[in-house]
Ligand binder design. Structure first.
Ligand code: AMP
Ligand code: TRP
Length: 332
């Protein structure tokens, strides 16, 4: 395919440590799959992370850890543009302009805002504007597709609304981005509570919740062994039996088998056998990521260079959009 016709992709993950199997299946795995066909921009969104309080040294460490995990999961910096959001000032610049065309009511309706705001003693203006910054990320690169997990669907829809409003006010400027969810694993649930999504913030303070990409095999096995299941015995994909279905979904992701094959494999078995099989599959599935991570960790200079080059490559694309926007709005 000619370079000019390649579709553009943008996505990002916050550098808040504790990346888990949901981040992999919801996002990273699908990024890796499209790095050849599409023109991909994969970002470490550190400006989003500071919408809630962060310890500076921990944040700095988190940025490196997530960057290394991108590589360990198979992102190839020679084929994609991978960079840190704050290394490109255009994100915050475009965000401000978009802030000024976004009604506050749109932001107050965001479900993630409502739940995060409820968990904070004091809510920053940044937390409310968080999805506008996300829209700026996407629109700055004129992305056609945004591969994310289910929880980000609403934010990508808002980015479309913001793009539409800007285009109406100032003339056709932004490409309309489309959300892209994985067929399986768009919303992995917590193993301690299969009614809630597996989340990095919970993973940071609660053992037994998440399967983290860097957890050693014994920790993974213990977490799966303690997973909440359901009353009843049947091992089937059933949306009403959240615990068992979550384990089966994780098994499906790790083995690539069909649901029918998995159900017949576990027919007549108990939960102990299921958990043992899921643990074996997860351990094997995550092993190469963990191994590659420790190899990469041993050469710290490399990742800095990857991120420097990524920011440099992102520059002209970001600058072109920002210049057009600035001109349309009548600034400068
Ligand atoms: P975050 O952890 O909020 O920085 O999310 C990074 C990416 O992982 C986003 O695309 C999310 O939609 C995705 N993601 C986060 N948690 C899950 C989950 N439990 N299941 C599937 N995808 C997820
Ligand atoms: N808000 C996203 C999350 O927490 C991360 C993110 C920031 C993002 N900017 C983005 C995802 C742009 C896709 C596109 O998961």
């Amino acid at each position: 395919m000619a370079f000019e016709t390649r579709k553009r992709v943008f996505s990002g993950i916050q550098p808040s440590g504790n990346l888990h199997i949901g981040n992999y299946t919801g996002a990273l795995r699908n990024w890796v799959r499209q790095q050849d066909e599409r023109d991909c921009f994969f970002c470490i969104v550190d400006l989003h992370a500071i919408t809630v309080p962060q310890e500076p040294a921990v944040l700095r460490q988190g940025i490196r850890e997530v960057a290394l995990l991108y590589l360990a999961c198979g992102i190839d910096p020679a084929r994609v543009t991978m960079f840190v959001q704050s290394h490109r000032p255009e994100h915050a610049q475009l965000c401000w302009i978009l802030d000024c065309v976004t009604p506050v009511g749109w932001l107050e309706r965001m479900t993630q805002y409502k739940s995060k705001a409820a968990a904070q003693a004091s809510v920053s203006a940044g937390l409310l504007a968080y999805p506008v910054l996300q829209a700026a990320d996407i629109l700055l690169y004129q992305a056609d597709y945004v591969p994310v997990g289910e929880d980000q669907r609403q934010h990508v829809e808002l980015a479309r609304d913001i793009a539409g409003r800007f285009n109406r006010l100032f003339g056709e400027t932004f490409v309309m981005p489309q959300v892209e969810l994985p067929a399986v694993g768009a919303r992995i649930k917590g193993l301690d509570d299969p009614t809630a999504k597996m989340s990095k913030s919970v993973a940071g303070h609660k053992a037994g919740h998440a399967l983290r990409l860097l957890d050693p095999p014994d920790v993974l096995r213990k977490t799966i062994g303690r997973a909440v299941t359901d009353s009843g015995r049947e091992i089937r994909f059933n949306p009403e039996r959240l615990g068992v279905t979550n384990l089966l979904t994780i098994y499906q992701l790790c083995t690539g088998q069909t649901q029918a094959a998995i159900e017949s494999q576990f027919e007549g078995q108990g939960y102990a056998g299921l958990k043992r099989a899921v643990a074996d599959a997860v351990i094997e599935y995550l092993r190469p990521i963990r191994e590659r991570y420790s190899e990469l960790e041993a050469e710290p200079g490399y990742i800095d260079e990857v991120l420097r080059q990524g920011a440099e490559r992102a520059g002209p694309v970001a600058a072109e959009t920002l210049e057009m926007v600035t001109e349309r709005v009548g600034l400068g």
